[in-house]
Ligand binder design. Structure first.
Ligand code: UTP
Length: 325
């Protein structure tokens, strides 16, 4: 089955990191976000992907071509008009009525995808959320979706669509997006996939849901760090470094230099990074970054960045109370 992966977004919530690289190439637990997604897709039998690129798209294209040996089609979304518009851009690459599996490029998940791909009717990944106003919400009766509402302002339910969609009737989906675009029907300024799926429901197309309890958001710095922490739990133990304390779970690239440092827990250290006289925990350190004489917690340090503090010299009398900042 073909996967459709939209990754044209700018990732504004992850600036400054997304000023120089696309969100999906940000590292989490030793691998770019999209790397985690591709590994799952390929393991579940997906052998072809249509990737919708836009902002810094050539970087995504070269990463995917270099690391994955499946058939890719890259489609450029020039104007970022919403998820439905992004999906609509690839209509020429999907055969009439061919089923597709749509997955957002920033949604790392842990579900048995093989079972989902076997579903005979269209089915959407859902999970219960605390703040339904940020999501597309599904209302269910007798195991079938009866209504879909994008980012509701009134509380209608808390079962959110989380970015995984198996669509059997892709022709109907493209027709419904056509209608959204023809009539300029937008929600919150964008052509929303949820609105196109609601239109499909109104046409009588059945939808079921599957639960995605392990869903890891990578959209904001704090959620990226949380996801890093969760995914690191499955990381193999790294090699010990002489004179250093490694507190697992961590990911340390073999080419990284660690000297006189305490690393971890929950730290990802990129290729060729240099950590000297420092403590780094709950943090992501980019490729080639240098970190010296600092104590870092809950931090993201970009590729090739150079962060250094100072060691202090003190001659302090008994009972002194001094706080260094
Ligand atoms: P988001 O709404 O998270 O947008 O899109 P974003 O640009 O990635 O991040 P922020 O909100 O600016 O911080 C969800 C997914 O849909 C894709 C994005 O690339 C992301 O993978 N998308 C969204 C598109 O490809 N095109 C669009 O027009 C909208």
């Amino acid at each position: 089955m073909k996967a459709i992966i939209p990754v044209a977004g700018i990732g504004t919530r992850l600036r400054p990191h997304t000023l120089s690289q696309p969100k999906v190439l940000l590292n989490v637990a030793g691998k770019p976000i999209i790397g985690h997604i591709m590994d799952k897709l390929i393991a579940s039998g997906i052998d072809e992907a249509i990737v919708i690129i836009g902002y810094l798209g050539e970087m995504i294209e070269s990463y995917l071509k270099k690391h994955y040996d499946i058939k890719f089609t890259f489609v450029t979304q020039q104007e970022r008009l919403g998820l439905a518009h992004a999906i609509w851009m690839c209509r020429e690459h999907v055969d009439d009525g061919e089923p597709v599996f749509i997955i957002l490029g920033d949604t790392i998940f842990d579900v048995e995808l093989q079972d989902v791909l076997r579903s005979e009717i269209s089915t959407l990944g859902v999970r219960t959320v605390e703040d339904p106003r940020r999501f597309g919400i599904a209302l269910i009766e007798n195991g079938r979706i009866v209504r879909l509402i994008e980012k509701p302002s009134e509380p209608v339910g808390n079962l959110a669509i989380v970015g995984l969609y198996l669509i059997r009737e892709s022709d109907a989906m493209f027709q419904c997006i056509d209608t959204l675009i023809d009539r300029d029907l937008r929600t919150k300024g964008e052509y929303q996939l949820t609105d196109a799926l609601q239109m499909m429901l109104e046409r009588g197309i059945p939808f079921s849901t599957f639960h995605v309890n392990n869903w890891y958001d990578c959209g904001k710095p704090e959620t990226l760090l949380e996801t890093n922490e969760i995914l690191l739990r499955n990381s193999p133990s790294p090699e010990q470094r002489e004179g250093c304390v490694i507190r697992e779970p961590v990911f340390i690239a073999t080419s990284a230099t660690i000297e006189n440092a305490i690393v971890g827990p929950n730290a990802s250290i990129g290729e060729h990074a240099v950590i000297t006289d420092a403590i780094v925990r709950n943090s992501i350190i980019g490729t080639g970054a240098k970190v010296r004489h600092v104590m870092l917690d809950n931090s993201i340090v970009g590729h090739q960045a150079d962060l250094s503090g100072e060691s202090h010299q003190a001659n302090i009398g008994d009972f002194s109370v001094i706080k260094l900042r």
